[in-house]
Design a binder for this molecule. Structure first.
Ligand code: C5P
Length: 407
C-alpha cells in the first residue's frame, strides 16, 4: 500500500461523471480530505443526477463547478485555472461517455474542457456496465488514453447495479486513494530532472526505389519503453524513431525518421545531451544509388543492388569530444555467445554500457513483450531475469539515474 502521508497539502480536482458509482466519490472526497488533501469538484450534468451539488460542496468545503457557461463559475474560476490549480485530476466515476469524449479531445462541457486543458496527471476510475466496458469502442478509447499517459484504476469485477456480473464496478475509494498516493510518489521521484536524453528506436527503412525498401523486424517496443521510462524519471527525452506501429510515448519529443542517415542527423540535432540510448535496429547497409524510378522487370534479369555501409549512430555518438553524452548506452542483439560478443561490442563502439540480449529464433524477443538482458559495464556484467520490456526499461532508467547520482 502506498504511503498516504504524501497526500498532505496536495490539490486534487475530482471530476464526477454520471454513474451509479458516483455515490462512492463522496466517500473518496472524505478519505482524501482526512489525509490532508484539498479536493475541488467538477460535476457533469449527468453526475449531478446521481449526487447533489450540495453534498459535494459540503464534503469538499469548496464551490462545486458544473457549468462551462456559468458566469459565476467562469468568473470565479476559469476552466484553465481550475486545472492549473490542481496537482492531479481524478475522474471518478469515469463513464464510457466521458472516456469517449476525452479520447476524442472534445470540450463540450466543463469536465471535458478541464480535462483537455490540463497538463497535470490524470487518473480515471472507470465505472460502467460490463458490456459497455468490453465494447471495442471503449477498449480503444481507454487504450488511446493510456498511451497518452492517462492512468487508470479498476474497474473491478463483481456484481453490477444492473445485476450483471463482470468487470465494470468502480474501484473502491481506498483503492483510488492508494492509486493517487502512488502517482504522487512516482512524480516526486524524478532523479533525472534537468538531464537531456536521446533514445533511438525501431527499424530504419532504406529505400531501393520509390516503392521498395530494405527493413528489419524491430518493433520499437523496447526503445519506446526506454524513452518513456527516462521521461518518467524527469529527463527531457528526444526519441528518434524509425517507422513503427507504436504511439508516441507520453512526455517525449519525437523525431520520426526513415533512414539511418536521417536518424543520425536527428540525433545530432538533439545534442547536447547527457544520455544517449541507441536501441534502434539500424540497417547496416543501404542501397548505394537509390533509383528515382521504380525498378522494372524489363527482361534483363534481376537488378544488381550494390550496397554501401550506413553510418554507425552509436559509434558516432560515442566518439570522444565536447559533445559526447556523458553516458552512451548501446544494445547488442546476438544469437549465441551473447556475453562475449556484446562485451567486445562495448569496446569496439566506444560506448559506456551495452544491454545485451539473445534474439535467437524461439526466444520471442523480436516483437514480443518480454526481454531477457544482461547489462554490461566496464566493471562487470549484471544478468537480469526475464521481464516485460517496460520493466527492463524502468530498471535501465533507474540504473541511468544511479550513474548520475554517483557523479
Ligand atoms: O553493430 P550492431 O548493429 O550489432 O550494434 C548494435 C548497437 O549499435 C545498437 O545499440 C544499435 O542501435 C547501434 N547501431 C547504430 N547504428 C548502426 C548500427 C547499429 O547506432 N548503423
Amino acid at each position: 500500500m502506498a504511503d498516504h502521508a504524501i497526500l498532505a497539502g496536495k490539490r486534487v480536482l475530482l471530476v464526477v461523471a454520471g454513474g451509479i458509482a458516483a455515490y462512492k466519490s463522496l466517500d473518496l472526497i472524505r478519505r482524501l480530505r482526512e489525509r490532508g488533501a484539498a479536493v475541488r469538484a467538477v460535476l457533469t450534468e449527468a453526475g449531478a443526477r446521481f449526487v447533489t451539488p450540495l453534498s459535494v460542496q459540503a464534503l469538499t468545503e469548496d464551490t462545486v463547478y458544473q457549468d462551462l457557461w456559468s458566469l459565476t463559475d467562469e468568473s470565479e474560476m476559469g476552466h484553465i485555472r481550475l486545472s492549473r490549480e490542481a496537482d492531479l485530476l481524478v475522474v471518478a466515476p469515469a463513464t464510457a461517455n466521458l472516456l469517449a469524449r476525452m479520447a476524442a479531445g472534445m470540450a463540450d462541457d466543463l469536465a471535458a474542457t478541464v480535462l483537455l486543458a490540463t497538463d497535470k496527471p490524470v487518473l480515471v476510475a472507470p465505472a460502467m456496465n460490463v458490456r459497455m466496458w468490453q465494447h471495442a469502442a471503449t477498449r480503444a478509447n481507454m487504450a488511446l488514453l493510456e498511451s497518452r499517459g492517462v492512468r487508470r484504476i479498476g474497474p473491478n469485477e463483481g456484481v453490477m447495479a444492473c445485476n450483471e456480473y463482470g468487470p465494470g464496478r468502480m474501484a473502491e475509494p481506498m483503492e483510488i486513494v492508494d492509486a493517487i498516493a502512488a502517482i504522487f510518489a512516482e512524480d516526486a521521484h524524478r532523479p533525472l530532472a534537468g538531464r537531456r536524453a536521446i533514445v533511438t528506436s525501431g527499424p530504419t527503412h532504406e529505400p531501393i526505389d520509390p516503392v521498395r525498401y530494405i527493413a528489419n523486424r524491430s518493433s520499437g517496443k523496447q526503445g519506446h519503453a526506454i524513452a518513456a521510462a527516462l521521461a518518467k524519471l524527469g529527463a527531457a527525452v528526444t526519441l528518434v524513431s524509425g517507422p513503427t506501429r507504436l504511439p508516441d510515448p507520453p512526455g517525449c519529443s519525437v523525431a520520426h525518421i526513415e533512414t539511418a542517415r536521417e536518424m543520425l542527423a536527428a540525433c545530432e540535432a538533439a545534442l547536447p545531451a547527457d544520455i544517449a540510448v541507441c536501441a534502434a535496429a539500424v540497417a547496416d547497409w543501404r542501397v548505394d544509388t537509390e533509383s528515382d524510378r521504380k525498378l522494372k522487370k524489363d527482361g534483363g534479369g534481376p537488378p544488381a543492388l550494390a550496397l554501401t555501409e550506413n553510418p554507425d549512430i552509436l559509434a558516432t555518438l560515442s566518439r570522444p569530444g565536447k559533445r559526447r553524452p556523458a553516458l552512451v548506452v548501446g544494445f547488442a542483439a546476438e544469437t549465441g555467445d551473447v556475453l562475449a560478443y556484446a562485451t567486445a561490442k562495448r569496446t569496439r563502439k566506444g560506448c559506456d554500457w551495452i544491454v545485451a540480449n539473445d534474439v535467437s529464433p524461439g526466444t520471442g524477443t523480436f516483437g514480443g513483450s518480454d526481454n531477457t538482458v544482461h547489462l554490461i559495464r566496464a566493471d562487470g556484467v549484471e544478468s537480469w531475469p526475464t521481464m516485460p520490456k517496460d520493466a527492463v526499461a524502468a530498471r535501465l532508467a533507474e540504473a541511468v539515474a544511479g550513474y548520475f547520482a554517483g557523479k
